[in-house]
Structures are given as structure tokens and as C-alpha cells.
Ligand binder design. Structure first.
Ligand code: UDP
Length: 239
């Protein structure tokens, strides 16, 4: 990628699995600390950061539904998992002196504040990192959709999707040696080719709101800062 990118406010989406490290389940605090340090670097550069974290390292609603259980209850459990991850990230950020707040789509006032768009933008204007917990607050959605939704609500200049690989490929590069990587691709092409970087609803929402999606490897230390400086390795999804 050669063009210099200039983003004032970004929404970062990390999957729950990104927090597991080498574990098979749960949270590896050293990994959360590393992601927090990347966010701290972005803040030092003056970029306002909102974060949505998934819950797949702890629970996914389909795990209940696939065994004949109630999907809605399963999704509630999944959304609670995102709150656990969000609290973990806040702790890691606060430890290194970054002011951060968790806003949950599901009210749980003893643990964190409830989400409202006005509160979120006010905190971001103050320079706080805002972590959006509880997904959209609705079952049958994903945290990818929550990320696109919150990005639109806070007026983010870009949605950063941290993944296991360094961009969008024509096929899974871990399985297909002939997979090719895109530097740039449109939202429509991602949907039409069925490239599974985010769910279709999330990509469509980003497209409707003219929000570019920056796909990059969340495992590369300093990767976020590099991309914000216009030097990092990523795929830009934009029309
Ligand atoms: N979830 C939900 N509504 C939302 C976001 C998430 O019901 O708006 C539930 C759903 O059960 C999902 C789980 O929370 O499986 C964890 O989210 P997700 O699968 O998106 O996490 P990730 O794959 O990013 O770790």
C-alpha cells in the first residue's frame, strides 16, 4: 500500500479469538496487553479510537442452537462474553495510562456504562478510548455488524478489521497456496466474490455509509500504527 492514509477517528474490530493467543479458550492477558499497546500508540498519534471485540474465545450463540437449545439465549450468552473481553481490554489500557471506558449495549450498570451514541461521541471527543461491549444488543447479529454500526454512529473515518492475516485474499492463504492478496478491493466485490472477511450485513452497512474497511493482521505488533502512518501492510476495502 503506497497512499498515505489520514484517519482522525477509527473503529477497531478484534475477534474474540484474537485474545486467546496460543490457548484454546479464554483470554491471554499478554495478548490483550499487546493489543492495548497498539491502541495506545494510535492515541499518541492523536487518532480517536473506538473498539468492538467479539466473544468467540468464550462463547458463540450457535453453540447452544446447534445442540437444539434456544438461539436467543445462546446469543445473550455470546453478548455477555463480549463484555468480559471488553473489561479485559479496558484493564490493559488503564494499566498503561490510556483513558478508556466500556459502553455496553445491554445495561449492566454495576460493571460499566450503557451505550448511547451521544455519550460515545462525547467520550471520544475527550480523547477516551471507547470500548463498545454487548455487540448490537440484539440476538441474530454478530460483532462484525456491531462494529459497522458503531463505526457509522460515531462517524468513524475507517473501520479497522484486525484478522489472522495481513489483508484480503482471493482464498484462505492458510489453505490455498495460490491465493492472491488484494491491496484494494471494493465493498461490492468483497460481497460478490463471497470473500469472508466480515459478514455481508457488516460490509453492506459500511458500504452504505461510505466507510472504508482496513483489513490487517492484528498479530503484528505496531501494525496499526504503521497503517495509520500510511506505511503498513493491509487491504483497503473501499468503493
Ligand atoms: N452476538 C449477538 N448479537 C450481536 C453480537 C454478538 O447475539 O450483536 C452473540 C452471538 O451469539 C455471537 C457471539 O455474541 O456468536 C460472539 O460474537 P461474534 O461471534 O461476533 O464474536 P467473534 O467471532 O468476533 O469473536
Amino acid at each position: 500500500m503506497t497512499a498515505t492514509l489520514s484517519y482522525r477517528r477509527v473503529l477497531l474490530k478484534a475477534s474474540g479469538e484474537a485474545l486467546m493467543g496460543d490457548q484454546k479458550f479464554g483470554i491471554d492477558v499478554s495478548v490483550v496487553d499487546r493489543i492495548a499497546s497498539d491502541i495506545a500508540e494510535a492515541r499518541k498519534m492523536g487518532v480517536e479510537v473506538g473498539v468492538v471485540i467479539g466473544g468467540g474465545n468464550i462463547f458463540r450463540g450457535l453453540a447452544v442452537a446447534s445442540k437444539g437449545g434456544d438461539r436467543v439465549t445462546g446469543d445473550h450468552m455470546g453478548m455477555l462474553a463480549t463484555v468480559i473481553n471488553s473489561l479485559a481490554l479496558r484493564t490493559s489500557l488503564v494499566k498503561i495510562g490510556v483513558d478508556a471506558v466500556v459502553l455496553s449495549a445491554i445495561a449492566m450498570p454495576e460493571l460499566c456504562e450503557s451505550f448511547s451514541q451521544r455519550k460515545a461521541t462525547a467520550y471520544m471527543d475527550e480523547g477516551k478510548v471507547v470500548i463498545f461491549a454487548g455487540g448490537t444488543g440484539n440476538p441474530f447479529f454478530t460483532t462484525d455488524s456491531a462494529a459497522a454500526l458503531r463505526a457509522a454512529e460515531i462517524g468513524a473515518d475507517a473501520l479497522f478489521k484486525g484478522t489472522q492475516v495481513d489483508g484480503v485474499y482471493s482464498a484462505d492463504p492458510k489453505k490455498d497456496p495460490f491465493a492472491t492478496r488484494f491491496d484494494h478491493i471494493s465493498h461490492a466485490e468483497v460481497i460478490n466474490r463471497g470473500l469472508s472477511i466480515m459478514d455481508t450485513a457488516a460490509i453492506a452497512l459500511a458500504r452504505e455509509n461510505n466507510i472504508p474497511i482496513i483489513v490487517y493482521s492484528i498479530h503484528e505488533q505496531g501494525g496499526l500504527g504503521q497503517i495509520l502512518r500510511g506505511k503498513g501492510r493491509c487491504t483497503v476495502v473501499a468503493d
